[in-house]
Design a protein around this ligand. Sequence first.
Ligand code: PLP
Length: 395
Amino acid sequence: MMPGAVFKITLFMTNSTYFPIDKLKEGETPLYYYDLHLLDETLDAVKAAASYPNFHVHYAVKANSNPEILQRIAAAGLGADTVSLGEIKAAVTAGFPAPKIVFAGVGKTDAEITTALQYGIGCFNVESKAELEVIESLAAEMGVKAPVALRVNPEIDAHTHHYITTGLAENKFGIAMTMIDELVDYCIKSESLDFRGFHFHIGSQVTDLTPFKILCERINSLQERLPDIEIPLINVGGGLGIDYDNPDSNPIPDFKSYFDIFHENLKLRPGQQLHFELGRAIVAQCGSLITRVVYVKEGVGKKFVIVDGGMTALIRPALYQAHHKIENITSNSDIEERYDVVGPICESSDVFGTDEPLPLTKRGDLIALRSAGAYGEIMASGYNCRPLPGSVFSR
Ligand SMILES: Cc1ncc(COP(=O)(O)O)c(C=O)c1O
């Protein structure tokens, strides 16, 4: 089968009533295409796999805050994990109930904390003693009790790219295990803090589930160390990875194995609630960046396909050396060539792929970068004064 054929069928035949390829060709590229059917299927799979009564999934808004996507996820009944006031507002606007919103991040400002308290969000995931003191004093001024969970740095290597590992002592996130007892005590004695429990997040794009099992063991020993402390909730963060190489054969992550790791290894106390914060695993596979070939350039010993959307539309390859499957979705050629697929931005890192096998490619062809629904559109920038990419949906 010619490369890209599966994608053409999924994208343009399944959804042809709603978004035919002719219309895509007329569209202003680069643009993000979202397959909402796949998003719905993914949400169904998450909910089925996490159906234990005390499991609650919060969608990590940072992965993609496109209103259409957010509304769909809110309607499916998930909560929201946020890291800024902007994300809280986007979540509320999309229909997430405030008590199902949690708020993490190392640098929450006074204005963000105050507004989050006014909204009545479910929990602050607190990252330092300094932040805890500020939340306490702002809550006291407002005459409310702030619900807080302490973000613990579990010192676990998630074996992912070092820019997206978060649970090591060297990372800026979370509170060291050695400081936890003191801060729990502080929370419990405070009149303005409501201690809810502990929050963890080891990193992103974690494909080997072993680090999650180690996380369970760390949480078990922490809980055993604090037998007399009431801990209503444990939040294990997100991080489940996806298959960037095989988006068609593996469009929905193995949620069952992921949730079962926690079900089988975490010793929850009676009545204790377990929160998850999945981002990438929910939205990555439903999105593709569609970009147009501006030139095919003959280099020395290689050919470049220069497309109109580069690192400003999708920064992951430049930022994390990530690779997205690249497909020419309009070429019908049986001839396969090797190309370096690059963007138009004035940076040498603006490369989507080297030596990529593609059907014979010409100016005007449409190129899809698959699995771009997470950390794609949301990270787009206006560098080089380029407009932000738009978005289209299957319905
Ligand atoms: C605290 C926290 N929770 C959840 C997530 C979502 O991670 P992922 O998209 O890998 O599931 C992140 C991502 O960086 C995070 O920092």
